[in-house]
Design a binder for this molecule. Structure first.
Ligand code: IVH
Length: 670
């Protein structure tokens, strides 16, 4: 026991000091000590934590949950320029490349073939085995220091494993967002009426530029490492480096292969043309690198790229076709998005007639004109998109596309909020597509889950003037339904019973079904856990709303705006009269004690014996209140494992009492 006292003290001191320095550095941009000194302390702490895992503190700066806010990214100079690669699409060019290489350095050449990952290039600097800097490529010479964000990427080691690494080295790699994460992210954005992200690469790049590193942490980015820079370089070949960095803890894709002839390179390329489509991340080609560092040096560089490497790009799944028109779609939130109508064309096995153009800026950027021959591509995204115009085929009398100034559906002048790429139709009460899309959202599976009511029936109900708002659905009669086209006795009865059944759907589903902007299903759950009924939610102030875990100002403002519109209040009242649930079932659990009455808690990190939700529940059932942000008025911070350093620092500064999981449990059991 006595022997452990010393490391405990040292761990406590280091943790506190490093957290303070981190805070000064990231929050206030103040470096109180040289980077090296900081890194040595962090290394020492990591060593101690490795030796005594039971002593590691929940607030250790070695954790990765993010929480750091960086207002402006620092510019950093790359020690080794981040070059790009010469691209080719042809076998012939590859053979030329091979000939050039062999002519320059002789016949004894070994290549390494790798996948060309379609993400964002990153440079990772390590000093004494510790990750000290993550930077974007920028212009190749200077990039942005995005260290705090990079720290949250689990494929990137914060501390190199093993012993045999140089004092200072750099690893290069590609940060990506896996398809699955990308699709989920877009699904969430669709649910909350936000603009969809174009592809996984854009999503990864946008995520890396977030100022709040906890957002980055939540996006589950990955990173494949493919490069090693160090002088002097302890390795003689690139393939050796790949193996070494993998041992050190970097994630290296196991798709790479050594090839000693151009024929085997071509085989690799052919083999991966289809196989790559099964990878969980986007790739767009193969990178071929001369493996020997000595030969790399001999071959040298052109102005922009190395002579020892080349990228073979698979032919984009692309086709040329005629742009016949642009249709403007009005979504549930009133956002007007352009969709290109194309002369049907075969692309990667499917006939494409429509393509997304994203927004007005895109029409302008591409200089799209009606009648143009355009290129359509299928990339990581599911919906094809227009990537360019063949201006050589442009008809003389082609006309630029005028973006509509008025809603194509209802004629209301469109508005554009600052910072948003989309135009909006503000006529949410009278614009047909908005009304219909709102109804479709209301009946959708994750909302009220009303069977037997597809878009066609919604259309009919709307056309006949039977339904304008969701509440009208509940006054539909059998006679009205049976009079609809393609509606039989059985379907009418099914629909009525489905509507009846939906009255049992819990409050959070009803709240989600209302379609309040930014209130997706998860947010709706959070809200109903906190506000026991509609009245409580409707009466909540901005402060009360943002006090709820995970509810930010944007969501809070949107909720307030929603309930400030009399039509919305009226409709909600009607839904209530119809018998829908506007009271949470379990939010007011019986009080087990009043030990925590009048006390407020912030929960942070992960816990051993209870989940966060259980902890929350315990606080509530003992009379306490859970809030999301630390303020001077806060009673306690319950700190779990992997808690953000910034939070702890703030709590310390405001002298908030910090409870461990054990201390908290003791408190309610006492
Ligand atoms: S090596 C000097 N290897 O492609 C060569 N790059 O056009 C440095 N990339 O900026 C790059 N996968 O973002 C290399 N296996 C791979 C790669 C790869 C994707 C990207 C990287 C780079 C761009 C070069």
């Amino acid at each position: 026991m006595a022997a452990e006292k010393e490391p405990l003290l040292e761990i406590q001191e280091l943790t506190q000091r490093l957290n303070y320095l981190n805070y000064q550095y990231y929050q206030n941009s103040i470096s109180e000590v040289p980077d090296y000194e900081f890194d040595m302390m962090l290394k020492r702490l990591q060593e101690l934590e490795e030796q005594h895992p039971e002593l590691a503190l929940p607030n250790s700066p070695t954790t990765r949950v993010g929480g750091t806010i960086t207002k402006n990214f620092k510019t950093v100079l790359h020690k080794y320029p981040m070059l790009s690669l010469g691209n080719t699409y042809s076998e012939e060019d590859l053979r030329e490349f091979d000939k050039r290489v062999r002519k320059a350095v002789g016949d004894d050449v070994e290549y390494v073939c790798e996948q060309k990952f379609d993400g964002v290039a990153i440079s990772l600097t390590y000093e004494n085995g510790i990750f000290v800097q993550g930077a974007t490529r920028g212009d190749g010479t200077r990039g942005d220091d995005i260290t705090a964000n990079v720290r949250t990427i689990r494929d990137i080691p914060l501390q190199v494993h093993g012993e045999n690494f140089p004092e200072l080295f750099e690893v290069r790699g590609e940060v990506f967002m896996p398809f699955s994460v990308f699709e989920q992210l877009n699904q969430d954005r669709e649910e909350t009426g936000e603009q969809l992200l174009a592809n996984p690469r854009n999503a990864a790049s946008g995520t890396l530029k977030q100022q709040d590193s906890s957002i980055v942490a939540s996006r589950k980015l990955g990173c494949f490492s493919y490069g090693f820079h160090c002088s002097p370089n302890p390795f003689t070949t690139h393939s050796e480096s790949l193996q070494a960095i993998q041992k050190w803890g970097f994630k290296v894709s196991d798709t790479w292969r050594k090839c000693t002839s151009i024929e085997t390179v071509l085989e690799y390329i052919q083999e991966w043309e289809q196989k790559r489509l099964e990878l969980p991340i986007a790739t767009d080609g193969v990178v071929i690198k001369v493996s020997s560092y000595a030969l790399q040096e001999e071959l040298g560089f052109t102005a922009k790229s190395p002579r020892w490497a080349i990228a073979y790009k698979y032919p984009a799944m692309s086709a040329a076709t005629k742009l016949q028109g642009i249709q403007y779609q009005v979504g549930r939130t009133g956002a007007v998005t352009p969709v290109a109508l194309l002369e049907p064309v075969l692309l990667a096995g499917t006939v494409v007639k429509r393509a997304s153009v994203h927004n007005a800026n895109e029409i302008h950027r591409l200089d799209l004109r009606l009648g143009d021959v355009v290129f359509v591509e299928k990339g990581g995204e599911i919906i094809p998109k227009i990537t360019g115009v063949d201006t050589s085929k442009r008809p003389d009398d082609s006309q630029p596309i005028e973006y509509p100034t008025h809603c194509p559906a209802c004629g209301t002048p469109l508005i554009r909020t600052e910072g948003e790429a989309n135009f909006y139709c503000p006529n949410d009460e009278g614009c047909a597509p908005q009304i219909k899309a709102k109804l479709e959202h209301f009946i959708s599976r994750k909302a009220m889950n009303i069977d037997g009511l597809g878009p066609e029936t919604v259309e009919q109900l709307y056309q006949l003037g039977l339904v304008r708002h969701a509440a009208d659905l509940y006054s539909l009669t059998y006679e009205q339904l049976i009079s609809l086209e393609r509606m039989g006795e059985k379907s009418a009865n099914n629909l009525l019973s489905s509507l009846q059944k939906s009255k049992e759907a819990p409050f959070d589903r009803v709240l989600f079904a209302l379609g309040i902007r930014f209130v997706g299903s998860t947010v709706a759950k959070k809200l109903t856990e906190h506000f026991p009924d509609l009245e409580a939610l409707r009466g909540a102030t901005l402060e009360e709303l943002v006090a709820v875990n995970e509810i930010g100002e944007r969501i809070a403002t949107s909720i307030i705006a929603y309930f400030s519109q009399p039509e919305n209040v009226q409709m909600v009242e009607k839904l209530k009269e119809a018998g829908l649930q506007f009271k949470a079932e379990n939010t007011a659990p019986a009080l087990e004690s009043d030990k925590l009455t009048g006390k407020t808690f912030v929960i942070s990190g992960v816990f051993e014996s209870v989940s966060r939700e259980e902890l929350q529940q315990l606080i509530i059932t003992h009379g306490g209140k859970v809030v999301s942000s630390i303020s001077a008025k806060l009673s306690y911070l319950v700190a779990g494992d992997k808690m953000g350093p910034a939070k702890l620092e703030k709590a310390n500064k405001l002298r908030i009492t910090i409870l461990s999981e054990g201390q908290f449990l003791e408190m309610i059991q006492a």
